[in-house]
Design a protein around this ligand. Structure first.
Ligand code: ADP
Ligand code: MG
Length: 344
């Protein structure tokens, strides 16, 4: 049954004036799989430190580093994980520092960006936390929102904006009370299962929809409040359109391109690139509309960018790094401290 959100006289912003703070951008390079190792292709990405990596196209990144010749692009991010990083380490250095603000009643959005096969879904499993109270999962497919916990008649859901609390959420999304990380994992698995079953006709549909897990944390302290934690596993960022043969694929590709473009445009607008007058146009897609509260409200935002290290996927990996580099410039209003007790 749906959770009734508590009302609050307090503005979502809390008492203190808010500060602007950047979103946290983490890049994770996954290990090469057996096939990639067997191919003998040199890796094109190399992690140089905990915040620094480089990518090189032609000769392979190792050769460049040995010879100091050839073209190479260096990038710095808040956090960079190499292929040896464990799930626990990824959680501890990317998301855990921001989780405290959810306990304070502020929203948190984590999204995973990257090409298909780069490790987005794998990295999202990091984020099953013991504080989960109510879980709901949805997917955006062809710019429509669907419930993944109770697919029912397959009718699309709507987005509800609450300007006062500064959150956007899926109206009528099935939410299940969970009391342990294991129960939350069950919710996610069921959602992922329905994400596949809902479209057995397509292969690997998960790369063509955005999956969103929304966790509602409700607290009953002196000031009642609630916060939304959204985990967004984005559709593959590779240019899908070029290879699309049939009409369904073309439709999917154009919706993915549009929504990721809309997300990119919002990121550009928020990062102050281009026309300063340019406003983020959240309503250009369901994805950005749903993220509106997160990107402009009092919310923490973590972006995990997954990249594959192989030369064969150089273009996709480099595009993802450029996207991540722009995201570093986003400033969101940081949550100001407001202590509340959380009912577990
Ligand atoms: P995406 O969601 O970006 O399409 P997946 O998360 O499904 O990609 O990852 C593709 C494959 O690579 C999966 O088999 C996954 O288990 C594996 N994989 C991804 N990241 C890692 C990692 N850091 N360590 C080990 N295996 C990984
Ligand atoms: Mg995936």
């Amino acid at each position: 049954s749906a959770l009734l959100l508590p009302s609050s006289e307090d503005s979502g912003a809390g008492g203190e004036p808010s500060k602007e703070c950047p979103i946290l951008v983490a890049v994770r390079v996954r290990p090469r799989n057996e096939k990639e190792l067997a191919s003998g292709d040199p890796p094109c990405v190399r992690v140089l430190s905990r915040s620094h990596l480089c990518i090189s196209k032609n000769e392979g990144v190792n050769q460049y580093l040995n010879s100091q010749r050839g073209r190479v692009n260096d990038y710095e991010f808040d956090v960079v994980f190499d292929e040896t990083a464990t799930q626990a380490e990824v959680y501890q250095r990317s998301t855990q520092p921001r989780v405290a603000s959810v306990l304070d009643g502020y929203s948190l959005t984590v999204f995973a960006y990257g090409a298909t096969g780069s490790g987005k879904t794998h990295s999202m499993f990091v984020l099953t936390l013991p504080l989960l109270l109510y879980c709901g999962t949805a997917q955006v497919y062809n710019d429509r929102l669907y419930d993944l916990l109770s697919p029912g008649d397959g009718a699309p859901l709507r987005i509800r904006e609450d300007a006062r609390r500064g959150v956007t959420e899926v109206a009528g999304l099935t939410r299940r009370r969970v009391s342990s990380a294991a129960e939350a994992l069950e919710c996610i698995s069921e959602g992922n299962h329905n994400r596949r079953v809902g479209s057995t006709a397509h292969n690997s549909v998960s790369s063509r929809s955005h999956a969103i897990l929304q966790v509602h944390v409700r607290s009953d302290g002196v000031q009642e409040c609630s916060a939304v934690m959204s985990l967004v596993d984005l559709a593959g960022s590779e240019r899908a359109g070029a290879a699309a043969k049939d009409r369904q694929r073309l439709t999917e590709a154009s919706h993915i391109n549009q929504s990721l473009l809309a997300l990119g445009n919002c990121i550009n607008a928020l990062s102050g690139e281009g026309d300063a007058q340019c406003q983020a146009k959240y309503r250009d897609s369901k994805l950005t509309h749903l993220l509106k509260g997160s990107l402009e409200g009092h919310c923490s935002v973590v972006m995990i960018v997954a990249v594959a290290p192989c030369s064969g996927t150089y273009e996709d990996s480099h595009n993802a790094l450029k996207y991540a580099n722009r995201a570093k410039e986003i400033r969101v209003k940081s949550p100001s401290k407001r202590r509340v007790d959380v009912e577990m």
